[in-house]
Design a protein around this ligand. Structure first.
Ligand code: RB5
Length: 149
């Protein structure tokens, strides 16, 4: 199950990504928003991040105007490694190296074609499982344990 969420600035891209993922055979849980009325991206980042951190969804996709606010907010949830990507190289690398579990995209930054390619790279690329990458991710967890309540 893939969790997806957006704010008013990225409703169209969220709907396009959701349709694309469903056509590819993935189950998608849509946490909103569902209209172009102005909302706060942080509320949607929290819902998607909690669904991923809690294990209800294996990955998440968050879209806002830039993708930046969503990524900042999602990364405040323990266990979340949200990668803000505007290119396919980064989307692939963040799965291989960082085992990122949420992708953040900006509708005002990337076109639809590139956005869907980024989504596919993110969804299709496995974590490398290499020792050096696991060690670094474990150190991120140690930072969380030091600073999160
Ligand atoms: C909304 O205007 C905009 O600030 C939001 O979508 C996002 O870009 C924030 O990071």
């Amino acid at each position: 199950m893939i969790a997806i969420g957006c704010d008013h600035a990225a409703l169209a891209l969220k709907e396009t990504i959701k349709k694309h993922l469903k056509e590819r055979g993935f189950e998608v849980e849509d946490f909103g928003c569902f209209s172009s009325e102005s909302v706060d991206y942080s509320d949607y980042a929290l819902m998607v991040a909690e669904a991923v951190a809690g294990g209800k969804c294996e990955k998440g996709i968050l879209v806002c105007g830039t993708g930046i606010g969503m990524s900042i907010a999602a990364n405040k949830v323990k266990g979340i490694r949200c990668a803000h990507c505007s290119d396919t190289f980064s989307a692939k690398a963040t799965r291989q190296h960082n085992d990122a579990n949420i992708l953040a995209l900006g509708e005002r930054v990337v076109g639809v074609g590139l956005a869907l390619d980024i989504v596919d790279c993110f969804i299709d690329t496995p974590f490398s499982n290499e020792e050096r990458h696991m060690r670094r991710i474990n150190k991120i967890s140690a930072i969380e344990n030091k600073y999160f309540k």
